[in-house]
Each structure stands twice: as structure tokens, then as C-alpha cells.
Design a protein around this ligand. Structure first.
Ligand SMILES: *[C@@H]1O[C@H](CO)[C@@H](O)[C@H](O)[C@H]1NC(C)=O
Ligand SMILES: *[C@@H]1O[C@H](CO)[C@@H](O)[C@H](O)[C@H]1NC(C)=O
Ligand SMILES: *[C@@H]1O[C@H](CO)[C@@H](O)[C@H](O)[C@H]1NC(C)=O
Length: 290
């Protein structure tokens, strides 16, 4: 009797083991922190739904670092932390919210991890850059802020001291963007002299990638940046990803991965990062477990 129940337990735990997904590294957004309840619960629920280890990878001091540190420096720290985590020596998933989505992509594309990244999810991420300061589209104060951003964002002082400056993309002045932005042109493999084949190889090595856009996102402009859509120099026209040179030239391998049926462009209703946790169980979990 005892040995029967023992072997039942063994069978049951084998079944559980085989159901467990791979571990997940999670990156929070601008002004957030791994210790805030929202991130804590998000991470906990990802762990539940994948039945595996999940951790929110903190960069520096969290909130202030996410705002005030050079974005390339944040990305390098993200990479070192993932490399050092014993749970990420085999296959693992990467999930990033808002600007954390860019850190997640950095791990997939530019970080020499021991383990192979399996699935990538970015949620409301400025994947193709942002073009005006958050929540600041009109009014005199906003005009002033946007004037500073438009004219000075690529000064090394801002690039070194304001995180989001690293993914600001002025469509009317791409030359300056390509020349002086410390982060996004490299992540998107847009600088011809720095084209890196391994970015492409690593990205196309993904099992799957999901890019989630919020239908009423007022934080990142344009909201379609979450899907790599490109804002044109008139600041209004938005070119779908498949019509961009970035996609056609397959700079990071998005075209290859998409044509293989392994990319999902998903739209959620609501403003920036406004989603219910049901989505973790119904959308994120099943995708991460693939
Ligand atoms: C995760 O599962 C544990 C144990 O079942 C539970 O206590 C916890 O509330 C769950 N977390 C979330 C966010 O659902
Ligand atoms: C980009 O290319 C230039 C010129 O070859 C080189 O000096 C620089 O270190 C490269 N930067 C990166 C981030 O690879
Ligand atoms: C989204 O924004 C549009 C245009 O501003 C508005 O008409 C619509 O009611 C908004 N929808 C939601 C769900 O907030």
C-alpha cells in the first residue's frame, strides 16, 4: 500500500514537472519598481501560470534609475543580472512592460546569455521609439518641454542622465538620432556601420514573440510604436511595420520570425499598461508555455 502511494506520488510529481514551463525574467517600466505591489503580483502570477521560476529583474535603485540613468547603462546591468542568475542558464522567457520591453529585447538580442531566450513578450513597449514627452501633447508647458526634447534630447547630458532619451526618435531628424542616441539605433540594428548579425541570429532563434499595444495608450506616442510602426516626419503619418525599411531589410530578423508564423501583434483596449490580471492567465501564460 505504502509503495503504491509512493509511486503514485512519483508519477504525480513527474506530471507536474513536465507541465512546468521555463523560467521567466521580467522587466518593469519607467518610474516603476520591482518592490511595488503591481510588479510583485504580476511576477507572482507569471510564476503561477508558468509553474516555474519568475523574477522581476531590478536595475539600480528601481524607480529613480529607470528615469535618470543612461539607457544603455541600464541595459548592460540587465544583461549582467540575467547572466548571473543560475535560473537562466538554460532556456528562459523574457517579459518587459513599457520601457522594460526594450530591456527584454536587449536580453534577447544583445546579451550573451548562457541559456537561449525562448519566448519574448513586450507590453506597451516603445519598440520603435517615442516622439513626444509622455502625457504632454498640447498646452504651453508641454510645448516648452517638447521644445527642449526636440532640440536637445541627443545632447550627451540628456542621453547620460535621462533614461527615455535613449529611445527618443525624432522622425524629422533621423541623422541626429542615428548618430547620438545611445541605445535604440543599436537595439534596432539601424546603424549601418554597427550592423550586428548576432542580433538577427539571436532574435530569429526565438520560439515566439508577442508585441502588445494598448488601443488608447496616451503615454507613448505613437502608440503603434509597440508594434514597431514608424512615425513619419510630418509627426502624423504612421507606417505599418511591414512597410518600413527596418522590416523589409529584416534588420533584427522580425520579418523572418513573422513569416515563420512565430510573431503575434496583439491589441488590448485601454490606456498604457491598463490591463486586468485575467490577461496573464488567458494570454501571457499560454504563450509563455508554448
Ligand atoms: C500564486 O499561487 C499561490 C499559491 O497557490 C497563491 O497563494 C498566490 O495568491 C498566487 N498568486 C497570484 C498572483 O495569483
Ligand atoms: C559602432 O561602430 C563604430 C565604428 O566602427 C565603433 O567605434 C563603435 O564602438 C561601435 N559601437 C558599438 C556600440 O558597437
Ligand atoms: C479611446 O480613445 C478614443 C479617442 O480619443 C475614444 O473615443 C475612446 O472612447 C477611447 N476608448 C477607451 C476604451 O478609452
Amino acid at each position: 500500500m505504502r509503495s503504491v502511494s509512493k509511486s503514485l506520488i512519483v508519477i504525480a510529481s513527474l506530471a507536474l514537472t513536465s507541465l512546468a514551463g521555463v523560467p521567466t525574467a521580467i522587466f518593469h517600466g519607467f518610474g516603476d519598481s520591482c518592490i511595488f505591489p503591481g510588479m510583485w503580483e504580476f511576477t507572482d502570477q507569471i510564476a503561477n501560470v508558468t509553474n516555474a521560476y519568475a523574477t522581476c529583474v531590478e536595475i539600480g535603485w528601481g524607480t529613480t534609475t529607470s528615469i535618470f540613468e543612461n539607457f544603455e547603462t541600464q541595459a548592460e546591468e540587465a544583461c549582467r543580472k540575467v547572466q548571473a542568475d543560475p535560473n537562466f542558464q538554460g532556456e528562459f522567457n523574457v517579459v518587459g512592460l513599457s520601457q522594460g520591453g526594450l530591456l527584454a529585447r536587449h536580453i534577447v538580442e544583445r546579451c550573451a546569455t548562457q541559456g537561449q531566450p525562448r519566448n519574448l513578450i513586450t507590453i506597451g513597449a516603445p519598440n520603435f521609439g517615442v516622439s513626444a514627452s509622455p502625457h504632454c501633447f498640447s498646452g504651453m508647458f508641454c510645448d516648452m518641454i517638447n521644445y527642449v526634447i526636440d532640440n536637445m534630447v541627443y545632447f550627451s547630458y540628456l542621453q547620460d542622465n535621462i533614461g527615455p532619451a535613449g529611445y527618443f526618435r525624432d522622425p524629422a531628424d533621423l541623422t541626429t538620432y542615428l548618430e547620438y542616441s545611445v541605445f535604440l539605433p543599436y537595439l534596432n540594428n539601424e546603424r549601418a556601420e554597427n550592423f550586428t548579425q548576432s542580433i538577427n541570429n539571436r532574435f530569429t532563434g526565438l520560439n515566439g514573440a508577442m508585441f502588445i499595444m494598448f488601443s488608447n495608450d496616451t503615454m507613448i506616442y505613437p502608440k503603434e510604436t509597440a508594434w514597431f510602426y514608424q512615425l513619419e516626419a510630418d509627426y502624423e503619418t504612421i507606417t505599418p511595420v511591414t512597410e518600413t525599411e527596418f522590416y523589409k531589410q529584416d534588420l533584427i530578423g522580425l520579418k523572418t520570425l513573422n513569416e515563420a508564423g512565430r510573431v503575434q501583434f496583439v491589441e488590448w483596449t485601454g490606456d498604457h499598461l491598463q490591463f486586468s490580471f485575467d490577461k496573464i492567465n488567458s494570454v501571457l501564460g499560454p504563450f509563455l508555455n508554448k
